[in-house]
Design a binder for this molecule. Structure first.
Ligand code: IMP
Ligand code: MG
Length: 184
């Protein structure tokens, strides 16, 4: 387990990091394995489109796509729930829609973490309307609080039910830049 560089983590936002849950090398190893699994799942002629959900997936996606040995395109989506508070609820609003057409493409949605599952439960039907050839989810973390139908095909780690930050995940925008994943 790596030690926490206090200068980077410190007490951002008045919150202190409790423990490192996944170290940089844990993450690198798992991301490499996931990229190999995704590579094996597609043929070189598949029109692969990797769509990251912003902002949380930005570091994971950047590391993942560099290890996928298939031709692919990258786009991003911003999905945001209406309503207040930290509990995801209400309708899903697509703040940024990918420019790329999904029609007949093999689409992989990249998510940082599945918590309540509400985001994907609402997003997937909206994206299916655009008639992709296939639509599957790759998530770095899954808290396994829900079983989605269909569930994510690629899952990095079954995560503990704690609030996790780092490697793209934030708490009120703090901690996204940490190279490891920690709990608050
Ligand atoms: P869901 O719709 O409840 O599955 O929530 C998914 C989104 O909530 C993720 O993409 C994250 O942005 C955020 N989220 C859920 N749990 C955590 C956490 O433990 N740390 C940081 N963000 C989280
Ligand atoms: Mg977030």
């Amino acid at each position: 387990m790596s030690t926490i560089p206090e200068a980077a983590a410190g007490q951002l936002g008045g919150r202190t990091i409790r423990r490192v849950v996944y170290s940089e090398s844990d993450i690198a190893t798992r991301v490499r394995e996931m990229a190999e699994e995704i590579t094996a799942a597609f043929e070189p002629h598949d029109q692969l489109l990797v769509v990251g959900l912003l902002k949380g997936s930005f570091i994971f996606l950047a590391d993942l796509v560099r290890r996928i040995q298939r031709p692919l395109h990258v786009d991003f989506l911003v999905a945001s729930s209406y309503g207040s508070g930290t509990v995801s609820s209400g309708d899903l609003q697509l703040l940024y829609n990918p420019q790329a057409s999904l029609r007949d493409r093999s689409v992989v949605i990249v998510e940082d973490i599945i918590d309540s599952g509400h985001t994907l439960q609402r997003l997937i039907p909206l994206l299916r309307e655009r008639e992709p050839r296939s639509l599957e989810v790759c998530t770095l973390l899954h808290k396994r609080l829900v079983t989605l139908d269909p569930d994510a095909r690629w899952v990095g780690f079954d995560a503990p039910s704690e609030f996790l930050v780092g490697y793209g995940l934030d708490h009120a925008e703090d901690f996204r830049h940490l190279p490891y994943i920690a709990s608050l």
